[in-house]
Design a protein around this ligand. Structure first.
Ligand code: SF4
Length: 372
């Protein structure tokens, strides 16, 4: 089974008010060069024999702050250490106002064939609240640049449930996103992380708390609008035109191997999960000293992960596949839980598959807890 390669690029132009990721503010400097050299060194010392892979994903942070030369340096090492399929999906996360026509054409010529584009919202007031460092026109301009550079597989990230955001605001966002016709959309409900500036603004009452009922309504509107515009929901938060599902992200939900490199990157090799150091300077130092920055390794209870990750997918999980992999029947093992969830109309068994209902998508955490 072909795996995926994840590369974490921890630099951003500025810090968004809701973000708790491992990111540093980007400046053209030796620090970025040192980081690129470190991630290349980590990749090249990670495998003895090339492992087959058919996805490469530059995530962050803002990977589109790297120059095409730096991306080329990393991709060369990846293709030396992994046996990449001819049709490998190579995705780069990009933020508005971080790219030019030249850099985009550089990425395309290196084989980057998918862009995951951090739009978040087309409302300038909300972009300010989120301290995104760009406005809605920057997003529109960058989208045009991406299309002109030949990107035919574009994904938008949108965030719902912002403080003060109404259902009408959300609908306007969706209408604009639909009119631009990306191939893929990811919807995230805003998560409040303690210690971030946004959490402090909410705590002090300077911003209204997001309203859960409105957020649920936004999810419903999203389901209706995407389906009316030819998108298929294939995962709780992800919608794609036919054939444009994210091959890389699907590997996480199917428990396929994904090898992560860079600061705070997580990996799963089919048996164990392991993770790197979370601090960028410490990561670079450790790689320079010993070629590894691993700080955590654990066995995975893959039988229960297979259930709650697989349930995120619209088609749910294959009960026959579960029996083949783990030698047990889900229906027997979780008899009580399944009956309770079915009575609440949160799950359904459809042929050989167990899946969430539309209501179950909204209350997915309650379902997942039953299997942990
Ligand atoms: S661009 Fe993304 S990773 Fe960077 S600070 Fe903003 S939310 Fe965090």
């Amino acid at each position: 089974m072909a795996g995926g390669v994840y590369l974490h690029i921890p630099f951003c132009k500025s810090r968004c008010s809701y973000c708790d990721f491992a990111t540093d503010v980007y400046r053209e400097s030796d620090a970025v060069e040192r980081y690129v050299n470190a991630i290349c060194r980590e990749i090249s010392s990670s495998t003895v024999e090339p492992v087959s892979a058919d996805t490469v994903y530059f995530g962050g942070g803002t990977p589109s702050l790297l120059s095409p030369n730096q991306v080329e340096q990393i991709l060369k090492v990846v293709s030396g250490c992994f046996d990449l399929a001819d049709d490998t999906e190579i995705t780069m996360e990009m933020n508005p106002a971080t790219v030019s026509a030249e850099t985009l054409s550089g990425y395309r010529s290196l084989g980057v064939n998918r862009a995951s584009f951090g739009v978040q919202t087309f409302n300038d007031r909300d972009l300010k609240l989120l301290a995104r460092g760009h406005d809605a026109n920057d997003a529109r301009d960058t989208f045009r640049l991406l299309r002109n550079a030949g990107f035919e597989n574009l994904s938008f990230d949108l965030i719902a449930g912002l403080p003060g955001q109404s259902l009408d605001d959300w609908e306007r966002n969706l209408n604009e996103a639909m009119a631009m016709q990306p191939e893929h959309i990811s919807l995230y409900l805003l998560e409040i992380h303690q210690g971030t500036p946004l959490a402090e603004q909410l705590r002090s009452g300077r911003r209204p708390m997001p309203d859960e009922d409105t957020a649920a309504g936004m999810y419903e509107v999203m389901l209706d609008k995407t389906s009316a515009n030819g998108f298929e929901q294939y995962e709780i938060s992800n919608f794609a035109k036919p054939g444009y599902e994210s091959r890389h992200n699907t590997k996480y939900w199917r428990l396929d191997p994904v090898y992560g490199f860079g600061v705070s990157a997580h990996s799963f090799d089919g048996f164990e999960r392991y993770a790197n150091e979370r601090d960028t300077a410490a990561y670079v130092r450790r790689i320079e000293e010993s070629s590894t920055a691993e700080v955590m390794r654990e066995q995975v209870d893959s039988a229960s992960e297979f259930i709650f990750l697989g349930l995120r997918l619209n088609k749910g999980i294959d009960l026959v596949e579960y029996r083949r992999r783990y030698g047990a029947d889900i229906e027997q093992k979780y008899d009580l839980e399944l009956r309770d969830l079915a009575e609440k109309n949160l799950i359904e068994i459809f042929g050989d598959r167990l899946r969430l209902t539309r209501k179950g998508m909204l209350f997915s955490n309650e379902v997942f807890e039953a299997f942990v």
